[in-house]
Design a protein around this ligand. Sequence first.
Ligand SMILES: Cc1ncc(C[n+]2csc(CCOP(=O)(O)OP(=O)(O)O)c2C)c(N)n1
Ligand SMILES: [Mg+2]
Length: 541
Amino acid sequence: MRFKTVVETFSRKKAPLQFLGFLGCLRITVDSIAKQKKTWIYRWRCFTLKLHDEIPSLNFGNLLCTERDQAMASSVAARKRLLGTARQLWSSPVALVVKRSSWKDSIDGEDTGFSSTGLGGSFLFRSFSSLKASSPTLQSCNYDENAEMAHFPGARITYTENLQFISKLLPSTLPCFRVLSEHGEELVKDVPELDKGMALKMYEQMATLQVLDSVFYNAQRQGRFGFYATCTGEEALNIACAAALNDSDTVFPQYREPGVLLWRGYELQEFADHCIGNYQGHGKGRQMSIHYGSSRLHYFTVSSVLATQIPHAVGAGYSLKMENKKRCSVTFFGEGAASEGDFHGAVNFAACLEVPVLFICRNNGWAISTPASEQYRGDGIAGRGQAYGVRSIRVDGNDALAVFSAVKAARQLAVDNNEPVLLELMTYRVGHHSTSDDSTKYRDIAEIRHWNERRDGVARFRKWLESKGWWNDTVDVQLRKDLRAEVIACLAAAEAKKKPPLADLFGDVYDSLPQNLAEQEQVLREAVLKCPEMYPTDVPL
Ligand SMILES: Cc1ncc(C[n+]2csc(CCOP(=O)(O)OP(=O)(O)O)c2C)c(N)n1
Ligand SMILES: [Mg+2]
């Protein structure tokens, strides 16, 4: 398996070094120094490190090499000791610095799998930052020889003689980051810099989502298409996340995040065409109606099989890292989906492989009829981050400004450091789970009303806009009226379009139709011709 990543190289003499990233090892190609191409495989579990005194900009001295070590590194024995310490403390490479004249003796013969033969001159290079160990444990490593440390392959730890289990809970519940009060007042000085144009665009998109949901929900109830799920109560969260991301970040959605697509430019007509399932719809009528997707907008097609999108996002993020794209992948999921094994495997994978991926959990309190209180015993979803060695944050998901700030900052961390970040956005699912659900059967109507009337995120954002003098009732009424007319017109236009031809039912999976599918198509055609009244009349044969 070969990845294209060419990694940052440092050299005073422009030594033509190239790092090719591999899973689990680094392949180092040293070119013209030896006037011939030589390749070494450097196993990443073996570790070589030396401070290059001439290039102070490489600042790993504070991590592993104290001044004492530098002085001692002048002797072969001391360097070997340093290497040994490094191996024990650090299981992945940060940098490999080679100065041939002084290092040949200690590199050769070491079990690094690396030979210095053929190297000449003085040069150094470092592995790409994605392999850089960034765990806080590294920085607090104590390798004082006098401290009694228990070195196991699984952890670097101190001993205790107290037989004590650690508590089930963190010392205190994780706080919830917010920027606005329930009344839309600014609570912090550093309100994210949103200019008027951006803030208004966000609000208009939130309103569009509300109108879209209202019209489509009713259309489904009228039997005009098969299934629908609103994001009522989570519109502010949808749009704030989308606005904070880069439009080219690859999104792996659950199903309650159509706002991200809307923000990126998915047309209202595209939503309608897909739900109705006409020939221009993304799924050509073969998908559930809310299973939107768009490769143009870097938005993977929704799959209702819970949590399957989470490991996919990690794989995509890993690939973005290897191609040095400076983008991240983003996956959305509910607190219910976070109970699936896929979530746990994916987060652990991302932590170990240092993948730039955002795990965005919408904790809306319900997974159909299962309340969050029956979903976990720890501190929600954010509380799991530390166990996996992943940064995490809990945010008020109904505070668009808080969500915007947190996602923006998380994205920066992910892309700059090649690391995953877990965000838990606290919110409430105001709507029914879907058109197949009546949530009043399992939850109190007063609870729904409370969230809808008192704690709605769009209303809160609007109050903030009004406090700045950027919005008022008159424009709001007009906007919603215009949007409603537009959505209704798109739906009517979608219904007037042809259905996809029958042959489309069998296409798009294989390059050429396999025999069994060809036979099935033939049988279906014969059945339609024999009993046309049993089949839709608007599907072209
Ligand atoms: C693997 C799997 N199990 C069960 C279901 C049925 N199901 C569909 S949605 C859902 C609830 C998901 O809740 P959550 O992840 O909290 O998302 P929310 O609907 O609240 O946005 C369930 C159980 C499914 N689609 N896939
Ligand atoms: Mg939920």
